[in-house]
Design a protein around this ligand. Structure first.
Ligand SMILES: Cc1cc2nc3c(=O)[nH]c(=O)nc-3n(C[C@H](O)[C@H](O)[C@H](O)COP(=O)(O)O)c2cc1C
Length: 216
């Protein structure tokens, strides 16, 4: 018997893993990141085979991790976590700085740049091991935890996240709420009577009111 609720008690942060697609910066949101060793500093990231970022890390041999804070623009999670770099230029309009040739997110509390030193395959995800070649603190703000993302930002995790739980899919589990059909963001109006306003834009994935569904 596997009780999926058990996994909710594992702790994570919320990060943007960036790399290069030839000359173009790209990347995606990941929560499955951990430090493996201190000397030399090494971290691991679990990346879905279907994420475009996976193939780009493989080719580039380098990636960076930007550590999001509780005050980071939630739109970053919508842009980097619910769209693919195959289809969009995710760094367009995003304030970034280049470190060791990789773009890192300015609106973060810090970054780590890594060179890939090894990898391990699972059925769905590659675990990349990265040796840290540069790291710095950018902002004195509390790092966003995965739990904060779910409880306070009210965000969801898409299918490619290793921690995805089917019941958590957008617009399925919520009842009596207006829910974004793209990223699962729950509109916090005076429910159940207030509709999502015409001009409302989802703060997570920036989609218009038309994608919101009322879930009984
Ligand atoms: C909160 C959150 C956590 C996520 N964690 C991971 C993760 O740890 N590993 C992963 O492969 N995908 C994760 N994802 C999913 C990717 O960010 C998502 O599939 C993204 O659209 C992939 O973009 P790409 O095709 O440009 O790489 C997460 C998404 C969100 C919103």
């Amino acid at each position: 018997m596997i009780n999926n609720n058990t996994f909710h008690n594992l702790s994570y942060g919320v990060y943007i893993v960036s790399t290069l697609d030839a000359d173009r910066p790209t990347g995606c949101v990941a929560n499955s990141i951990m430090q493996i060793t201190a000397t030399p500093a090494t971290i691991a990231v679990s990346m879905n085979h279907n994420n475009y970022t996976n193939a780009c890390i493989e080719k580039t041999g380098k990636f960076a991790v930007s550590i999001l804070t509780e005050h980071s623009d939630p739109g970053l999670i919508g842009k980097f976590g619910f769209q693919s770099g195959k289809d969009v230029n995710k760094f367009e309009g995003v304030d970034a700085i280049e470190k060791e040739g990789i773009s890192v997110i300015s609106d973060s509390c810090g970054y780590l740049v890594c060179k890939v030193i090894n990898k391990m395959e699972t059925a769905t995800h590659t675990v990349f091991l990265g040796e840290v070649i540069a790291a710095d603190v950018l902002k004195d703000e509390p790092a966003m935890t995965y739990s904060y993302y779910h409880k306070v930002v009210k965000g969801k995790s898409p299918k490619n996240a290793p921690t995805y739980i089917p019941d958590e899919a957008p617009a399925v589990e919520s009842k009596g709420k207006w829910v974004c059909g793209i990223c699962g963001y729950e509109y916090k109006g005076e429910l159940p009577f207030e509709e999502v306003p015409e001009e409302f834009v989802c703060p997570l994935c920036k989609q218009p009111k038309s994608v919101f569904k009322y879930v009984e």
